[in-house]
Design a protein around this ligand. Structure first.
Ligand code: SF4
Ligand code: SF4
Length: 255
């Protein structure tokens, strides 16, 4: 796989348009597509090409950057064709950035509360010179923990690597990322909360998920009509109605 900068505004627009339209679960809004295609014409633009496609004009992914000043930029829009997900396009982009001494702000380093060991998260992120994490802390105790790491940084040792491997096994696959792309649900089920309740019950303080508000949210799963709108729009390919049902049954065991 190779990544090349694209300079022609027409080519940028063509690549952006083709890839966004091939990813309807991520980019299903016509107005947004047209807006992005117009916007990328004037932005720094990189396209990824696969070695297994002989026509070297067919890109399998792209990223357009918005430069705020001499030092900071953000990814305005990016996409990779689904068959090429998890094939190294993102890693390649990060390696290119590292080689050019470009760093990243990494969001959600505690995965919205699913990663409960702050020392583990710190040790993992601290290995990467070009990553600046935004921890997304929820509690004062977490703030104090992260401040203490400035003086005594946790090390990524074998025990922590083993814990990361366990977390990967537990969180990979049928793991709702709480992105909300599946919404709205016609019967108003709070899918991003309910579809990961089993994980939250075990990885965050349990009691807060058992209050009346969350009980009501979980009870609403019984109203599911199995219309499949959520599954059809989940970019991670989850069988969302089945996942909700499993979370509902698991929740009952805590009441
Ligand atoms: S399948 Fe159920 S949870 Fe999903 S959108 Fe339809 S009613 Fe909501
Ligand atoms: S079910 Fe899928 S689309 Fe919905 S919040 Fe979870 S990961 Fe996102």
């Amino acid at each position: 796989m190779t990544v090349r900068e694209v300079h022609s505004p027409d080519e940028k627009a063509r690549v952006c348009d083709a890839i966004m339209r091939a990813l309807p679960n991520w980019f299903g809004n016509e107005e947004a597509i047209v807006g992005y295609v117009r916007e990328v014409r004037d932005l720094p633009f990189f396209a990824a090409y696969s070695d297994d496609i002989s026509d070297c004009s067919i890109a399998i992914g792209f990223a357009a950057l918005k430069c705020h000043n001499e030092y900071t930029a953000e990814v305005c829009v990016m996409g990779v064709l689904q068959p090429y997900h998890k094939q190294g396009a993102g890693k390649l982009l990060i390696e290119r950035c590292a080689a050019a001494e470009v760093g990243f702000v990494a969001m959600k380093s505690l995965a919205g509360g699913l990663i409960s060991d702050s020392a583990l998260a710190y040790a993992f992120a601290n290995v990467y010179d070009n990553v600046l994490p935004i921890w997304g802390i929820q509690k004062m105790s977490e703030l104090q923990e992260f401040l203490s790491y400035q003086d005594a940084a946790p090390v990524l040792d074998d025990a922590r690597r083993a814990q990361i491997a366990r977390d990967r096994r537990e969180l990979a696959g049928e793991f709702c990322r709480s992105c909300g792309y599946c919404l709205p649900c016609p019967v108003d089920i709070d899918i991003p909360t309910c579809a990961r309740m089993a994980l939250m019950l075990r990885r965050a303080p349990t009691q807060m998920w058992l209050d009346e508000v969350n009980r009501d949210k979980m009870a609403r799963i019984l109203d599911c009509t199995h219309c499949n709108h959520c599954a059809d729009h989940c970019p991670y390919g989850l069988d969302t109605p089945a996942l909700l049902q499993r979370n509902y049954e698991d929740y009952q065991t805590f009441l």
